[in-house]
Write a protein that binds this ligand. Sequence first.
Ligand code: COA
Length: 372
Amino acid sequence: MFTPAITATGVYVPPHTITNDELVVAFNAYADRVNAENAEAIAAGTLEAIPHSSSEFILKASGIESRYVMDKEGVLDPARMYPRLRQRSDDEPGIMAEMGVAACKTALGKAGRSGDEVDLVICAASNMERAYPAIAVEIQKLIGARGFAFDMNVACSSATFGIQAAADMIRAGSVRRALVVNPEITSGHLEWRDRDCHFIFGDVATATLIERREDAAHGFEIRSIRCATEFSNNIRNNNGFLRRNRPDGMADRRDMQFMQEGRKVFKEVLPMVSAHILHHLGDDGIDAGALKRLWLHQANKTMNDFIGRKVLGRDPEGNEQPNILQEFANTSSAGSIIAFDRFSDDLAPGDLGLICSFGAGYSVGSVIVERF
Ligand code: COA
């Protein structure tokens, strides 16, 4: 058996930013437009007017200040309200592969490795731009990796579940070096016309390089990983390959985008995640006080504050539980990896930390790491 270690991460940041104020101006223009079109029905009381959104609400309810997107103009066009992405030919790299490759190259560069030293690529994300061939196989080709590659989807927990799959294969010796890649174009499945959630997501891609510890001079040894799932409909997206076969399947339906019961998610996921982390630490004989850092899923600041308090038994201090959601919003599976990428260099050999993701499924994944 070999010991797996995270030896580098990479983040690809999309070219455009949308601030809360910009988003709210576009949403309110959209609402005014739809309300004007339906003025008669609204006056007759047969239709409710769409209320305005507000930057103050967004910041207070979520902690989010801005988000990155692959296309800004389409999202902010009140007559459209979703990204405008160029049609690519089948002979050029897909957009997810392109974002993923950029993140992979950064991670490989940091570790001083080349693509041909990698023998497993897992593309783990909350949506894939096509059914097949796997995006991971395209990334494998573009970076010149050997071995094999596959896609997997566990929504917001895709990164930690992907890390578990890769780390277990490295532990067993079936692969030597793996990249877990998380290209998230959440702007493509967010319903920008829904005031309750139009502010929550952003685009990004992350990559995590996992090697045998003995192959690297420094990094983070993976002490253990714990994944869990429990079925819930409270975060759901019904889009899929059977769409055209169903009555009204091709209509502009709300359920073809991300849907959530935000309050229920809050109430049900928080205790699930806190208990999951505490059990994971307990089973490994690690006192929560020994953790130098928590790199949590980045969905909501209040959620993270709650989990930090529950796990540590007190308010987290300074950088103990860093957030990046104020800049990136919720980037689905990539959030905890961006936090790890940005806030892990200062840890000293022997320091312990925990990466944790959670979301649709429900799903939760935690990775205990030790700096070396
Ligand atoms: N602007 C202004 N007001 C808004 C608004 C907006 N954009 N969106 C909702 N509101 C209003 C609502 O109408 C409601 O008004 P009411 O009290 O008069 O009915 C009020 O604000 C509270 O709405 P609510 O939806 O209960 O807000 P919330 O405090 O639950 O915050 C989320 C919303 C989405 C930020 C929060 O539920 C959340 O983060 N949930 C979990 C998210 C998560 O982890 N999801 C996983 C995705 S992977």
